[in-house]
Design a protein around this ligand. Sequence first.
Ligand code: ADP
Ligand code: MG
Length: 173
Amino acid sequence: MSLPIYLIGARGCGKTTVGHALALALGYAFCDTDHALQQASGQTVADIVAREGWPGFRLRETASLKAVTAPSTVIATGGGMVLSEENRQFMREHGQVIYLNADAAVLAARLEAYPEAEQRPTLTGRPIAEEMVEVLAARDSLYRETAHHIINAMHSPDAVVSQILSVLSLARA
Ligand code: ADP
Ligand code: MG
């Protein structure tokens, strides 16, 4: 039985893109916690936040994390998954946690190039580049303390997948 692989990191670091490719390479299933919670609730993330606020969203996010956790699965998590101690502990105990690390400028450039790719409302309402600096300042240490492995996610998706496969095979050796 192979443990689930959790991908963590800020919006735009490539959790969905790299997660799909990694799942294909390993022959694993792929799940996205944001997608799963939208399907379970029949609402978009933006709708949930508008109706229930971020605290309501966070409760659903924890439930979604637990619901998608299964063997031989790559799990792309929402950028704020690590904010909860319960979520951090759950991921570390149930699988291998990979932090896809990228600079704020790289994240902002990706999100600006593909604004439709991410439906989540901005956290602050300010320019995306400023927001990413703040988000990383607040969360980088949480991503690092939660991760079993930290990967440079500023290379091509294929190169990022190769790095992950390499650290996982070293961890299993
Ligand atoms: P996340 O799920 O972490 O928010 P996505 O996988 O949706 O990130 O990627 C956000 C955007 O950045 C997408 O447009 C995607 O095509 C692009 N992207 C993701 N990973 C890379 C990468 N390694 N190199 C270049 N662009 C990337
Ligand atoms: Mg995603």
